[in-house]
Design a protein around this ligand. Structure first.
Ligand code: CA
Length: 232
């Protein structure tokens, strides 16, 4: 199998070197770009497997880079942002980023995010009946029949809980923002909808998770949103 090719977009030389050294040591191939324009160019000419994208770039806004890349490609984009750029991070996810890392991050965190992305890609390419049935660990969602099962037993979900579950399943491995989820489910995103989302999520988790306190399937990203994890 080919080693995955990662495009590292980062204007800070020290951070860029940390990332590329880590990638080299763990059998990844990489390309680098120090600004947004060259990031878009490298992405279109080399078709990397994953983009690691710093949001604070000297020329283009990182979110603009995502929009441009998304105009022709669905390749995974992991955003790297400083803690002070929380709203940017949410904008980046809404523009189509898959995941994010917050600076300062550890080498282990970086590698973990890449593995999550890789598993998502594997799951997509290996999924024969991707459109009909979704399977993840003990969870099975039969989209055609409109029902979900856990360990072979049907889950009794309300229509909103089921919609929420399907949305998360169809985007397995990807962090979905509160705004994105509420817009998909209710067609709008008001403060009230985000509060309702928390309630639906709590009831869905009670039915889905063995230990709702330490969820196995649905991960919370505080202040950002939720993600369905790929379970072995
Ligand atoms: Ca930067």
């Amino acid at each position: 199998m080919n080693k995955p090719l990662i495009l590292v977009v980062e204007d800070d030389t020290a951070v860029r070197n940390l990332i590329t050294t880590t990638l080299k040591a763990h059998d990844y191939r990489y390309l680098t770009a120090a600004n947004g324009e060259s990031a878009v160019l490298e992405a279109s000419s080399h078709n990397p497997d994953v983009i690691l994208l710093d949001l604070g770039l000297p020329d283009l806004d990182g979110v603009e880079v995502i929009r441009r890349v998304r105009s022709w490609s669905n390749l995974p984009i992991i955003v790297i942002s400083a803690r002070s750029e929380d709203t940017d991070k949410i904008d980046a996810l809404d523009a189509g980023a898959d995941d994010y890392l917050t600076k300062p991050f550890s080498v282990e965190e970086l590698l973990a995010r890449l593995r999550v992305t890789q598993r998502r890609l594997d799951a997509q390419s290996g999924a024969v009946n991707a459109d009909a049935v979704f399977t993840n660990g003990k969870l099975k969602v039969d989209y055609a029949a409109g029902c979900a099962f856990l360990d072979g037993k049907e889950l009794h979900l309300t229509p909103s809980e089921y919609k929420l579950l399907c949305l998360l399943c169809r985007n397995v491995g990807k962090v979905l923002t509160h705004t994105f989820i509420t817009q998909q489910i209710w067609g709008r995103s008001w403060e009230n909808d985000i509060a309702s989302l928390r309630v639906f999520m709590a009831t869905l988790r009670k039915k889905l998770e063995q230990e709702p306190g330490s969820p196995q399937y649905i991960q919370t990203h505080i202040g950002v949103g939720y993600r369905m994890m790929k379970v072995e």
